[in-house]
Write a new protein. Structure first.
Length: 133
């Protein structure tokens, strides 16, 4: 009886260790996909006509949840920026990785539409248009 109880406790402990280990590995692996879809707001910051829509298509193909596409506050962004709105910079980095250009920074505000706000700069045109071909 005691031997059976010890075996049962050991099986439970091993199972817990395996689940925690897999969870930690997925969480800290740089190339591992995130848990769940990342919601993204795209803002065209360079004024290139159709770039926001093309970027939406590219990111949706890569399983991101693009919830809005509109214009940024201005059109003179040279470089693409992914703004982490939740304090999880890895999500912004995943968007940048999928796009192939840009930098990720954290900028948390109270009124976030999405987990990541992507401001498209001129550098994004080559990555996005290259994907269309």
């Amino acid at each position: 009886m005691i031997g059976t109880l010890k075996k049962a406790v050991l099986v439970v402990l091993i199972t817990v260790a395996l689940v925690l280990g897999a969870s930690m590995t997925a969480r800290f692996a740089g190339d591992a996909p995130s848990h769940g879809k990342i919601s993204v707001e795209i803002l065209n910051g360079c004024g290139i006509h159709g770039l926001g829509a093309s970027t939406r298509s590219l990111l949706r193909e890569k399983d991101f949840d693009v919830i809005d596409v509109s214009n940024a506050d201005r059109f003179d962004y040279l470089y693409t920026i992914a703004l982490d709105r939740t304090g999880q910079i890895s999500r912004a980095r995943e968007v940048i990785s999928a796009l192939g250009t840009g930098e990720a920074i954290t900028q948390i505000t109270d009124n976030n539409l999405a987990e990541v706000t992507l401001i498209l700069g001129e550098d994004s045109e080559k990555s996005v248009r290259g994907h269309e071909r």
